[in-house]
Design a protein around this ligand. Structure first.
Ligand code: FES
Ligand code: FES
Length: 161
């Protein structure tokens, strides 16, 4: 029988309290309780990357993370990427390269790439491919996505690091 608890979540620099079963996958709480709809629900079993967010700077699949396990930890979603009116350099590069079609995969890919670039501001193309290996893009926009990321990586440009 599910028992609900009050859980403190630190999301995008703000503190929220939610009352949920601690086993609830984080993506449901982000989307339904906190109205952060950027993380997308794809497969629901940790296989597509659409739901990726950062927890303490690491990319995790939020469909596969119990909300109770991230209480008090620093969670960043795509909504927390831009600062005031300034897009993150990766978002700018994705726009410039028109990297995407329907966009469903993009928030997960962006978050995974942020984690990669924070660990290594100038990763090789091979390292980028490896980091994004688990991210599906059903539109086949991979080439443009890779071009956008390589543009930022080549510049060693991570302004918000
Ligand atoms: S929805 Fe989480 S990995 Fe697919
Ligand atoms: S742009 Fe449509 S799934 Fe990637």
């Amino acid at each position: 029988v599910a028992s609900h608890e009050t859980i403190e979540l630190h999301v995008n620099g703000t503190i929220a309290h939610v009352r949920v079963d601690p086993e609830t996958p984080l993506i449901y709480v982000l989307r339904n309780d906190l109205q952060l709809k950027g993380a997308r629900f794809g497969c629901g079993v940790g296989m597509c990357g659409a739901c990726t967010v950062l927890v303490d700077g690491r990319a995790v699949e939020s469909c596969d993370v119990p909300t109770g396990s991230v209480a008090g930890r620093s969670i960043t979603t795509i909504e927390g990427l831009a600062r005031e009116n300034e897009l993150h350099p990766l978002q700018e590069a994705f726009l410039e390269e028109q990297a995407g079609q329907c966009g469903y995969c993009l928030s997960g890919i962006l978050m995974a790439t942020v984690a990669l670039l924070e660990a290594d501001a100038s990763p090789s193309e091979a390292a980028i491919r490896e980091a994004l290996d688990g991210h599906l893009c059903r539109c086949g926009a991979h080439a443009r996505i890779l071009r956008a990321i390589c543009r930022v990586a080549a510049a060693g440009q991570l302004a918000h690091g």
